[in-house]
Design a protein around this ligand. Structure first.
Ligand code: FES
Length: 163
């Protein structure tokens, strides 16, 4: 098997098909970079170096160029994450509305600091810049669900919803 085949082999045939379907709508293969990263992340939870190289090869671009796209969009995870990813906004509106107390309550409840994953692999806690819902500050996002106007007292019930 050639090196190229081995890299492509890292991806499942379903992933390759889904990425090719995205490419079909776009002017060139590289334009599907973000969609391709999202497809693989949706399937695996994160994008490993091997996956990244395979996607880059499929798109006909360098792994370094694809990695810079993945790094720019902080919703692409380049390290393993827990079953659920909690993103805590610490930008201005959330800060003014007291997000620090909410973040502390989450950290204490989970026993982790920002950037860490709980020992049981249930949650990864990540700080993030503005989630674009400032009128509902303080805001957190768990997986793809936004929670606004979060009070410290709400934290246990919110976490409970993500087994
Ligand atoms: S500042 Fe937190 S959502 Fe905008």
């Amino acid at each position: 098997m050639s090196e190229a085949d081995q890299l492509i082999d890292v991806l499942t045939s379903e992933e390759v098909e889904a990425i090719e379907a995205e490419i079909a709508h776009l002017p060139d293969r590289e334009s599907a970079a973000m969609e391709a990263l999202q497809i693989v992340q949706a399937n695996r939870g994160w994008v490993s170096d091997a996956s990244l190289s395979a996607i880059a090869r499929l798109l006909g671009m360098s792994a370094a160029a694809l990695d810079s796209i993945a790094t720019f969009y902080n919703l692409i995870f380049r390290q393993p994450v827990g079953r659920h990813v909690i993103m805590t906004c610490d930008s201005v509106s959330c800060f003014v509305m007291g997000c620090e107390k909410v973040h502390k309550a989450i950290e204490e409840s989970l026993g982790v600091s920002p950037g860490e994953t709980t020992e049981d692999g249930r949650y990864t806690l990540l700080p993030i810049v503005c989630l674009g819902a400032c009128d509902r500050a303080p805001v957190i996002m768990i997986d793809d669900e936004l929670h606004g106007d979060v009070a410290v007292e709400d934290v246990p019930a919110i976490l409970e919803r993500y087994p």
